[in-house]
Design a binder for this molecule. Sequence first.
Ligand SMILES: Cc1cc2nc3c(=O)[nH]c(=O)nc-3n(C[C@H](O)[C@H](O)[C@H](O)COP(=O)(O)O)c2cc1C
Length: 184
Amino acid sequence: MFNNMRASIICGSRDGGFTSEMCRSFSKGLAVHGVSSEIFFPLGMNIEHCTGCGACSADGRCVISDDMDAIYEAFEKSSLLILTSPIRFSGPSSVIKTVIDRFQPVWFKGRGHPAYAAALLSGGSMTPYFTNTVSILKVFSLTAGMEWLGYLGIPDTDEKETRDVSAPAFDYGKEIALTVIKDP
Ligand SMILES: Cc1cc2nc3c(=O)[nH]c(=O)nc-3n(C[C@H](O)[C@H](O)[C@H](O)COP(=O)(O)O)c2cc1C
């Protein structure tokens, strides 16, 4: 099956951990239904923090010129945004939060954006407190004009091998792809 839909996946952790494994498996799940995707690793990119200078209130553009430009460009061209994070002290990683804060221009002025957003989360404990992180990612998504499709949260990674997160993330990728394709 082929379609023109594409997704941007933002990995809120290092490459080589559980979260990146979820990103790659999810991407493969999307591909089953012809949705292409690109995974970004902000940890290895030059992305500065939002300083709250407010300059973007004028024209919806960030005055900082850095690797966030690549994410802005992909964001505008994608149908689906996937935000991902390990749980860090019951909240999102600073990596994904830094990227989200740099979307302040979208809050001020709007811009082209994906129709849909969803999240992939992992936590080390048996019962990670996903609620805070889901709340932040969902509110950002709705604020930016995206429909929130939900999240896959995998607990207990402290006791898992990397391969254990792959199958559910792959299946979730297929499921989300079908939703997006059905109602593009
Ligand atoms: C600084 C730090 C804080 C963490 N806080 C939590 C937490 O509050 N709850 C939890 O279940 N796991 C917590 N963990 C465990 C990670 O969420 C878990 O190991 C995650 O799957 C790691 O993903 P990664 O391999 O992509 O980095 C924490 C890990 C670190 C390094």
